[in-house]
Design a protein around this ligand. Structure first.
Ligand code: AMP
Ligand code: MN
Ligand code: MN
Ligand code: MN
Length: 293
């Protein structure tokens, strides 16, 4: 096991009510400590609004938790929605702020069109419903999904995605996200590390996944998520192999939105020993030595 992994528990992908997570930033940091996490990245969709309240809660409750400033940026690549996580970013950097501002406008515009399309399909009230769930945070399809379940359109979130919100369905609107390169550049300008999120979740063939990784690496992407909680051992091995092949640092994260039987902060997150963990990019060698690694 990597020396850092043995002593610290990292979860570098999580959501709060600033986007489509169910816990407030305050509740999330408390839960992270309960789950034995020592370093948590909050990575809300196209917003950093949860980080300030999370940091305040850490101070107020004197929590032994390191918070990594993060964000998950939606991009468009070859007609696929690809998510790029930025870690250890400077949330005030103008280039990053400008990009997130544009993304937020795109989110609102897309949400309005989703609502119009649902309205035409005789599902009224979707805008108000989704906005109520977003409650001032970044609006996502996840909020529409909650409204549609509440409205009795299907019994589960997965069910409404399948019937209404997935590509090609009534409520699907092709998004206008930024490119992978624009997301990576903004993350780098702000001093952060760019991570390809959940590479196994894009339903890409092996050939296309390699194409994505080659493009991501060529755009100077730094890392890819290798360990997630809901993952078969062979999937993790395959991703680890790709990290080696494309010389990418390795990240781990639960993509926590709410706790459920198979997803929990810090659950089942472990990287193969030989990979270089992404946190080596921002943790200085001095602090590694201090920990006796
Ligand atoms: P958006 O960024 O607005 O496209 O919303 C994407 C979010 O919707 C993801 O981050 C997930 O939280 C959620 N989501 C996407 N697909 C599914 C699905 N099949 N089942 C449940 N949640 C999903
Ligand atoms: Mn989400
Ligand atoms: Mn994602
Ligand atoms: Mn996520």
């Amino acid at each position: 096991m990597h020396p850092l992994t043995s002593r610290c528990r990292y979860d570098l992908h999580s959501h709060t009510t600033a986007s489509d997570g169910l816990l407030t930033p305050q509740q999330l940091v408390l839960r992270a400590v309960e789950m034995g996490i020592s370093t948590l990245a909050i990575t809300d969709h196209d917003t950093t609004a949860g980080l300030g309240p999370a940091r305040a809660a850490i101070v107020e409750n004197q929590l032994a938790l390191t918070l990594v400033d993060g964000v998950e940026i939606s991009t468009l690549w070859e007609n696929h929605e690809i998510h790029i996580v930025g870690l250890a970013i400077d949330t005030r950097h103008p280039a990053l702020c400008a990009l997130l501002e544009e993304q937020s406008e795109r989110r609102i515009l897309r949400a309005q069109i989703i609502a119009e399309r649902l309205e035409k399909a005789r599902i009224p009230g979707a805008w108000e419903g989704a906005a109520r769930y977003a409650n001032g945070g970044a609006i996502t399809r996840g909020h529409f999904a909650r409204f549609l379940v509440e409205d009795g359109r299907a019994s589960t979130i997965a069910g409404v995605f399948k019937s209404y919100l997935a590509k090609g369905k009534t409520g699907y609107v092709p998004p206008q996200w930024c490119t992978i390169k624009q997301a990576i550049d903004a993350i780098h300008h702000s001093g952060g590390v760019a991570v390809l999120a959940h590479p196994g979740r894009y339903r890409l063939s092996a050939k296309w996944l390699k194409r994505l990784l080659a493009d991501f690496a060529a755009a100077r992407g730094d890392a890819m998520e290798v360990a997630q909680c809901q993952q078969a051992p062979h999937e993790r091995s395959q991703l680890a192999q790709l990290a080696r092949q494309y010389h990418l640092l390795a990240s781990q994260g639960s993509d926590f939105h709410q706790s459920c039987p198979w997803i929990e902060l810090g659950r089942n997150l472990r990287l193969p020993d030989d990979l270089t963990p992404v946190w080596s990019a921002w943790e200085s060698s001095a602090s590694v030595e201090e920990r006796g690694a």
